[in-house]
Ligand binder design. Sequence first.
Ligand code: PLP
Length: 392
Amino acid sequence: MKISQRVQNLAESATIAVANRSAEMKAAGIDVISLGAGEPDFDTPSHVKEAAWQSLQRGETKYAKPASGTMELKQAVVEKLQRDNRLIYEPAEVLVSVGAKEAIGLAFACLLDPGDEVVLPIPYWVSYPEQIKLTGGIPVLIETDVASGYKITPDQLRTALSSKTRAVVINSPSNPSGATYDTEQLATLAQVLEDHGEVTVVSDEIYDQFIYGGRTHVSFAAASSYTREHTLTVNGGSKTFSMTGWRIGYAAGPRNLIRNMAKLQSQLTSGAATFSMHALAVALTGDQSCVAEMKSEFEGRVRYLHQRLNDLPGVVCPEPEGSIFVFPDVSGTYKRLGVTSSVEWATRLLEEAHVSLVPGAAFGADRCVRFSFATSRENLELGLDRVAQFVS
Ligand code: PLP
């Protein structure tokens, strides 16, 4: 059987070897501490589960109508975007998707023809470049580092734009770096785009509720009237309400783009599960204290992690701003440890110290590794003790 060239060209995840080895070691009874989780370690709040149960009891077990999302959930998204993000949308400008991931994939498929370019800052979430390439698009990468707080500058953006640019990806707060743009930083990037002309920003704001140090989240679409018209804002229930397994997300943006994403979605997946839609509507409009509790616990953990990492010789960790990850540059330890890449570093850490985490190569940044703090404080402490022993 011949597999299509398009799919053959997709990268195997750089994390697979480390993840497989970690699973093997756990199965063999080795006490591996995982600092690799990409999802909150909390249960979905009980009132959200209860809402899904009620929905099932009412017989909401058929295709959602319309497939692009029930009016109840679209209204709830409109309310959320106004309350948390100062964005005014109408339900017709909202699409409900099978997780944020589907919304992002649909957007690239609607925006890109073969040869079109998408500006993508490094480090990037693993699925962006592969989803872009699936449509025949070309990721144009912008390097960032610890010194710039993993944020792109207006000059870098200007240089990366060309007549073939169709989209720019902004992921704030970022997976994996946690970098979070403030109002002024977004406004200067927005000005560069406005000067350039017709480019759509895919603004992935899935971690918008997990921001630390008294910062507040700023949506790219709220940066100016230009960005309001040229941004697709993507979010979902996965992180905010710990609903990764419910496969429910959403996007809001220009009506024409949303309409075409819905058309494509109707042929690909027929949309998200009906009872997940009701559950997310209840989550978005109900009591938000469950979100505040999660954020407060994350904030305590990230302070601890940041301090411990910066105490390690050869490790530089920028101040954590958001998300559930930190992304230290560990290349200062490579020589001493006799390694030359983040995959080797993570493999050695796993074999020798029994700690698993994700090498930066998966995100395009081979000097770094990603630590997740979506795990208990006990695990973090024990894991950090082992990492400290490993690097020293
Ligand atoms: N965007 C980012 C930056 C993520 O980290 C993730 C999940 O890890 C997603 C999107 C996908 O989220 P969902 O579960 O809603 O598809």
